[in-house]
Design a binder for this molecule. Structure first.
Ligand code: ZN
Length: 137
């Protein structure tokens, strides 16, 4: 009988983002950096949204940031998330500037606050590493 446990939808590595996920397997966070204006960007894209320059290189960043904003989800939008209701979705502003959507873990939802210092922690969903953030000790 097939395993019908729903799995969470996660981003799948593709040609563009494979280095991001490969680094995540090693617990490192890489961001694409424009070779023209040096601005780091998220999401990864072939063209720089700042200067429209082509080309980028991958740079490792600290993985530290602060909660920029967050919300608590009480409604089930996908069956795989039902056991975790209510769960949080935050936007973390990385030290290097880009803002990254992610879940905050290792803390109760009512203890999350805007400005809270956090650091990246990678968790596997199936075989895909997913960046999440926990409070910085
Ligand atoms: Zn640029």
């Amino acid at each position: 009988m097939a395993d019908e446990t729903p799995t969470k939808p996660v981003s799948q590595p593709d040609e563009l983002t494979e280095p991001f996920f490969a680094a995540g397997e090693e617990g490192r966070l890489l961001l694409a950096t424009c070779v023209v204006c040096k601005e780091m960007r998220l999401p990864t894209s072939p063209t720089c949204p700042n200067c429209l320059g082509e080309g980028y290189e991958w740079n490792q960043v600290s993985g530290r940031g602060k909660v920029y904003t967050f919300g608590i989800m009480h409604q089930r939008y996908h069956p795989a998330w039902e056991p975790e209701l209510p769960y949080n979705i935050a936007v973390v502003e990385l030290e290097e500037g880009p803002r990254m959507p992610a879940n905050i873990i290792g803390v109760e939802n009512d203890e999350i606050s805007v400005g809270m210092p956090v650091e990246v922690v990678w968790e596997l969903e199936g075989e895909i590493p997913v960046p999440r953030f926990r409070p910085l000790a």
